[in-house]
Design a protein around this ligand. Structure first.
Ligand code: DLL
Length: 413
């Protein structure tokens, strides 16, 4: 099912003509109304074709920090209807704003994703993404209302109460982080397969196919991947369809590029690099070549169901999440994959990096029953090409998600 079939199946030449027209308008808007961007774009010609985008510099999170709080807004303050912010690990949050039209586009993108993912009007949606400055709660909320779905705005935290509401209200849809979906499954035990839930709309943090299998098996739901980031929109930039052949990007509103993390060169479809996003319709906070730091690949092949918009793979890591330990590149997702092969180990783990004099060490904290630490060590050594120390903690002792994003990496160097 499609919410906006005429847009979702638009032939690519027509879609690209629309994108170019909107890109030109976005560049114009920035030159007119965002002084720091106007300065940066000085001397650069307007884009004549979409490929000209590659001539523009990247925007980064640091640009938001330097212009805190409203310095990159392209609309007068009184036209802003909503402010969101993301906390970041240090210092001031990054702040974004939305006009009324922006909120409408956001609701459309999110509603489109929900319907594509298999949710249906008339269903009940248990929304366990956090409400507040984080975009997850309100983003899903307004999208669900737009799609004709009843929202239960639970927000994060208080897992016991969430379980009670799921039992009593019998929602078909649960929206939360993948790690919180596992927490729910764990707390429910064998009853997890017998709830009313049919679809999970999961995102806001990286997860693997193996984790998806586990969530689907334990909760007896279809677990669908939803992606987005506050700087660009919030949830709804892209979402998987029921076919689950990549996350369909709302390409009438966003232009996506995948670039080499080192050189910044645009990569051909299929290659993994950093996702770079340009907004095409945003009024309050337009972004030009925003460096997401998220690693994925992209395809523009049309889908069997007629959808023509580009699709991205699941996020395989973050360009800045990569740990370099004694010269070896390590991604947390590699550790997750490797652990799945070790009998008795649960999917909960933490990585602790320390520096002892000049030598960096990686400790992997896992949990499970009757786990042989040597087996874990051997497995990780062959998967990562690095010797690590392994600590096996009792079941249930590695911190769980209570709804927010889970931090698995503790770099103490
Ligand atoms: O996490 C928006 C969101 C809310 C997406 C709910 C999906 C569901 P931020 O807090 O700004 O926004 O964090 C954005 O989270 O750059 C990615 O690194 C990560 N992320 C978001 N979705 C996914 C996903 C929201 N499906 C940052 N897979 C992004 C992997 C994701 N990482």
């Amino acid at each position: 099912m499609m919410l906006q079939p005429e847009i979702e199946t638009m032939p690519r030449p027509q879609l690209e003509a629309l994108q170019l027209e909107r890109l030109q308008a976005t560049v114009h808007r920035m030159r007119q109304s965002v002084p720091p961007m106007a300065q940066r774009l000085e001397g650069l010609p307007d884009p004549a074709v979409l490929a000209d985008l590659a001539d523009y510099p990247f925007m980064r999170k640091s640009d938001l920090r330097e212009n805190y709080p409203f310095g990159l807004f392209a609309e007068p303050r009184e036209n802003i209807r909503r402010i969101h912010a993301s906390s970041g690990t240090t210092g001031k949050p990054t702040v974004v704003g939305y006009t009324e039209s922006d909120l409408g586009v956001w609701a459309d993108c999110m509603a489109r994703g929900l319907i594509a993912a298999g949710c249906r009007p008339g269903w009940i949606l248990h929304n366990a993404y956090g409400y507040g400055l984080f975009t997850g709660g309100l983003g899903l909320h307004q999208g669900a209302e737009r799609a004709g779905i009843s929202v239960v705005p639970v927000s994060g935290g208080n897992t016991e109460r969430q379980l009670m509401l799921i039992e009593d209200f019998a929602p078909e849809i649960v929206c939360c982080t993948p790690s919180f979906a596992l927490t729910l499954a764990e707390r429910l035990g064998p009853a997890a397969r017998d709830t009313s839930l049919q679809v999970g709309i999961l995102g806001a943090e990286p997860w693997t196919d193996a984790m998806r299998d586990e969530i689907e098996e334990r909760l007896n739901i279809s677990a669908v991947n939803l992606y987005g980031l506050s700087e660009v929109l919030g949830p709804g930039v892209s979402c998987e369809t029921e076919a689950r052949e990549g996350l369909v990007i709302a390409e009438d509103h966003f232009l996506a590029e995948v670039v080499d993390p080192d050189s910044g060169e645009v990569l051909p479809d299929g290659e993994v690099g950093v996702l770079v996003l340009t907004s095409l319709t945003k009024e309050a906070f337009p972004v030009l070549r925003y460096w997401t730091g998220d690693l994925c690949s992209m395809t523009r092949e049309p889908m069997d169901d007629g959808r023509t918009h580009a699709r991205m793979s699941a996020i395989v890591g973050r360009a800045d999440d990569m740990l370099v330990i004694r010269g070896v590149n390590v991604y947390p997702s590699q550790v997750e994959y490797a652990l799945l092969d070790v009998p008795g180990v649960s999917p909960h783990f933490q990585l602790i990096v320390e520096r002892e004099q000049t030598l960096d060490t990686l400790e992997v904290l896992v949990e499970g029953r009757e786990v042989d630490p040597e087996a874990v060590k051997t497995k990780l050594k062959s998967a990562l090409g690095l010797s690590v120390s392994v600590t096996v903690a009792p079941d249930g002792s590695v911190p769980r998600s209570e709804g927010g994003k889970l931090n698995r990496v503790h770099d103490r160097r």
